[in-house]
Design a protein around this ligand. Sequence first.
Ligand SMILES: Cc1cc2nc3c(=O)[nH]c(=O)nc-3n(C[C@H](O)[C@H](O)[C@H](O)COP(=O)(O)OP(=O)(O)OC[C@H]3O[C@@H](n4cnc5c(N)ncnc54)[C@H](O)[C@@H]3O)c2cc1C
Length: 427
Amino acid sequence: MVNGRRSYVIIGNGIAGTSAAETIRKNDQNARVVLIAEEPYPLYNRVALPPYLKLKVTEKKVLMRTVEQHQQRGIELLLNTRAEALDTSNKVVHASNGESYPYDALLLAVGGTPNHLDAPGAEARGVCYFQTLDDTNEILEIASRAKHAVTFGGSYISYELTEGFASRGILTTWVMRGPRFLRQVLDDVGGQMVEKLAARHDVSIIYGDEPGQVDAKGNHVVAAWTKSKQRIAADLVGCGLGLRLNTRVCRGTDIHIHRGILTDRFLETNVPGVYAAGDCAEFYDMYLHIYNTIGTWESAGLQGRLAALNMMCEHPGDRQPFQHVPTYTSTLFDSKITVFGSTPSDQPMLDSLVQYDMDSFAYKRLFFHEHLLVGGVLIGSAAKSRTPLMQVVKERREILNDDRAALLDLGPAAGSREADLEEASVE
Ligand SMILES: Cc1cc2nc3c(=O)[nH]c(=O)nc-3n(C[C@H](O)[C@H](O)[C@H](O)COP(=O)(O)OP(=O)(O)OC[C@H]3O[C@@H](n4cnc5c(N)ncnc54)[C@H](O)[C@@H]3O)c2cc1C
């Protein structure tokens, strides 16, 4: 604290970090707020990157903040600057611009980095990842000339790449290690439904296989092999192989790291005054009573805001815990999918009930832990019942075994309209 002015340093200017910076400024006009950002852009909307790849929105629509807006708010935004090291004893962040930034409270909102393809040829042009605006612009450049593509991975990002390529008329083969898309969330029937939806876009799926080597000509991809030795012609190889959470900045400190940066329910790490929020945080989840990570836009923004308010509290007893039922909504070719609450990917022993209609591409699978509904996955028209089902989860309403099936028939809330795109505003 200098002359009664508190200093806050935030590392990472995604939705978590930017929300935190703006929350602090709103509540303390006097504080010094420093936002250290490795990327060259002020906040942009990662959820809008898939529509941008499909040319449904412009780059301008993806960008959410300007440098001038940060200046007007008195937030010191340092673009193209990496936080290199933390000195938690002296409460200082050392940055790649050679400067050091002292703090009274520090927020780590550093997100994750895509796992890279570890195979011969993986450095060739055309092997791509889908995490940043720069990644997307690179794909867009190649996609305009591409005829064939391969995508690797069985989760959301590989789906987004597959759909993005297919929507551009690129003949795409989707290769995944598991027996279906979102293998821990969908069952066999759900997997078959996704395969049918994909086939309508000329996407063929190979299950139970992994990336092998990449063939290049003049440093440009021409084909990808699978481990089981299938060669697929490709001008683009899209990789959705999971995220490694960015914990490197914590090296040499006492901050506890597990899968992510470990925090308590208030989002504070074991080092007093150091908080974590968003994708990088492994926080104590008040719903599940386990340490959990969430990779959704809405949760990251909420965590950024809450961490900021907790960092500002004079009395630790005034801090609020993070309590939130996450939801992830995305297109699913010409349908859509919503996953909410907890699923077997974070709690493997959940019971489930399923209802579907293959002809109309409607699918609902609900997850139970003892007498509680804890989460679910909805495809197509079934997504209309998201709001009432989430209400049951939030209220922790007791559901006896005999009453579980009735939840499958829960209709949409009166007058409700489910959003097409996940909420993407900072405020
Ligand atoms: C293509 C795509 C589609 C998605 N679609 C959806 C969706 O439909 N619905 C949904 O809910 N979620 C979606 N997500 C996930 C969602 O976007 C993320 O959960 C959310 O953006 C995470 O925000 P964050 O602020 O925690 O991290 P990030 O947005 O990853 O921001 C972290 C920032 O910190 C920076 N950084 C890291 N280390 C340092 C350092 N040492 N110094 C300085 N800066 C550093 C990084 O460069 C990065 O800019 C999608 C993500 C992607 C990539």
